[in-house]
Ligand binder design. Structure first.
Ligand code: ADP
Ligand code: TRP
Length: 330
C-alpha cells in the first residue's frame, strides 16, 4: 500500500518565488517518490473566506492549477483536483464539525490573530470574521482525513491545523472506533527562507514578492528594485549577507555560485550582479513560464485535467464517506 501524501494551496494570491522554493518544489519532489500517492489540490473553498470577487477568484484558482502543471506535476500520477469539485469533502466537514469543540476553533491561530488585532484596535473582537474563517480548520481536517492521508507537507504556519485535524479524528475515533488515520505533518526544515525585495522573508503580506511567472521585462524591473547597500563597485562584498546572492544560490549552478562568490570577494558592482541574477532566474523560469501562459490561455484544458482529477478523488472519497455515514447512523 502506498502512503498518501496530501497538500493544498488556497488561491488567495499570485504564487511567488518563496512559495515555489519553500513549498511547491519540495512537494513536486515528494510526488515523484514511488512509495507515495500524491494528492495535490486547489483549496478554493478555503480561498473563498477571503476573495470575494468572482473574476479574480476564478483567475487565481486557474493560476494555482497552471503553476503546478507548468512546473511538472504529472496529473496522471498524482491526484490533482479542485476542492470544490469533490462534494464529499463538504459532507464530511459537517460531520466533523459536530465533533469539533468550539474552544478548539477559538485557539486556531488565524482566528486568534484577528481577535487580537481587533482588541488592540478597540473593535468588537469578532469584527471582520466570517464563519468560513472561524471553521477553516474543520474544512482542512476534512480535506486531510477523507483521503486517509499519512503525510501533509506544509509550511510552519499550518502545523497547528494538522494537529487540529488529528484532534478531531481522535474525537471521532473515540466514539465510533478506528475510522480515521492520524496524519503527520512534514515541514520543509531544510529549504531556505527566500528573502524578498526588501530583505525580509518574501511574503505577499509584505508586498515584497517576485511573482513566479512575471514576464521578462517585469522580472528585470523587480530584480533591479532589490535593496543593496551603497558600496562602490570595486569594494569587496560579503556574499553571505547579500539578498542578491541568496536568491542567486537558488537558481544558479554550483559552479556559477562559486564564481560569483569569488567576484564578490574581489569587488563587483551591484548592477552587474543584478544582471547576472536576472540571467539565471530567467533561464530557469523561461520554459515553465511559457507553459504557464499557454495553460492560462486555455482554461478549458485546465478544467478538463481538474475534473478528471476530481473523478479520481471521488472514487476514493465516496466509499469512505459512505462508511463514515453508516457509522454515525445516517
Ligand atoms: P505568504 O507568506 O506569501 O502569504 P503563504 O503563507 O501562503 O505565503 O505560504 C505558502 C507556502 O509557501 C508555505 O508552505 C510557506 O512555508 C512557503 N513560503 C512562503 N514564503 C516563503 C519564503 N519566503 N521562503 C520559503 N518558503 C516560503
Ligand atoms: N490552509 C492551507 C494554507 O493556507 C491550505 C490547505 C487547505 C491545506 N487544506 C489543506 C494544506 C490540506 C494541507 C492540507 O496554506
Amino acid at each position: 500500500m502506498k502512503k498518501t501524501i496530501l497538500t493544498g494551496i488556497k488561491p488567495t494570491g499570485k504564487i511567488h518565488l518563496g512559495n515555489y522554493i519553500g513549498a511547491i518544489k519540495p512537494a513536486l519532489e515528494l510526488a515523484k517518490v514511488e512509495d507515495y500517492q500524491a494528492a495535490y489540490f486547489i483549496a478554493d473553498y478555503h480561498g473563498l473566506t477571503k476573495i470575494h470577487d468572482a473574476y479574480e477568484f476564478r483567475q487565481l484558482s486557474y493560476g494555482i492549477a497552471a503553476t503546478w502543471l507548468a512546473l511538472g506535476l504529472d496529473p496522471e500520477k498524482a491526484i490533482f483536483y479542485r476542492q470544490s469539485d469533490v462534494p464529499e469533502i463538504f459532507e464530511l466537514t459537517w460531520i466533523l464539525a459536530c465533533f469539533s469543540p468550539k474552544g478548539l476553533m477559538n485557539r486556531a491561530h488565524a482566528y486568534k490573530a484577528i481577535v487580537e488585532n481587533n482588541k488592540q484596535a478597540d473593535k468588537d473582537v469578532d469584527f471582520g470574521v466570517n464563519m468560513g474563517i472561524f471553521t477553516y480548520p474543520i474544512l482542512m481536517a476534512a480535506d486531510i482525513l477523507l483521503f486517509k492521508t499519512n503525510i501533509v507537507p506544509v509550511g510552519k504556519d499550518q502545523v497547528q491545523h494538522v494537529e487540529i485535524a488529528r484532534d478531531i479524528a481522535e474525537s471521532f475515533n473515540n466514539v465510533y472506533g478506528e475510522t480515521f488515520l492520524l496524519p503527520e505533518y512534514q515541514i520543509q526544515e531544510d529549504t531556505a527562507v527566500l528573502p524578498g525585495l526588501d530583505g525580509r522573508k518574501m511574503s505577499k503580506s509584505y508586498n515584497n514578492t517576485i511573482p513566479l511567472f512575471e514576464d521578462e521585462k517585469k522580472l528585470k524591473k523587480l530584480i533591479n528594485k532589490i535593496k543593496t547597500d551603497s558600496l562602490p563597485p570595486e569594494a569587496p562584498k560579503d556574499p553571505d549577507s547579500s539578498i542578491l546572492f541568496s536568491l542567486y544560490q537558488e537558481f544558479a549552478a554550483l559552479k556559477e555560485i562559486e564564481e560569483l562568490r569569488m567576484q564578490y570577494e574581489k569587488g563587483i558592482g551591484w548592477g552587474e550582479v543584478k544582471q547576472e541574477l536576472f540571467r539565471v532566474m530567467n533561464s530557469y523560469l523561461e520554459q515553465p513560464r511559457e507553459k504557464y501562459n499557454e495553460l492560462m490561455a486555455s482554461p478549458e484544458v485546465l478544467d478538463d485535467i481538474l475534473l478528471k482529477g476530481a473523478e479520481k478523488a471521488r472514487a476514493v472519497a465516496a466509499p469512505f464517506l459512505k462508511e463514515i455515514k453508516k457509522k454515525v447512523g445516517l
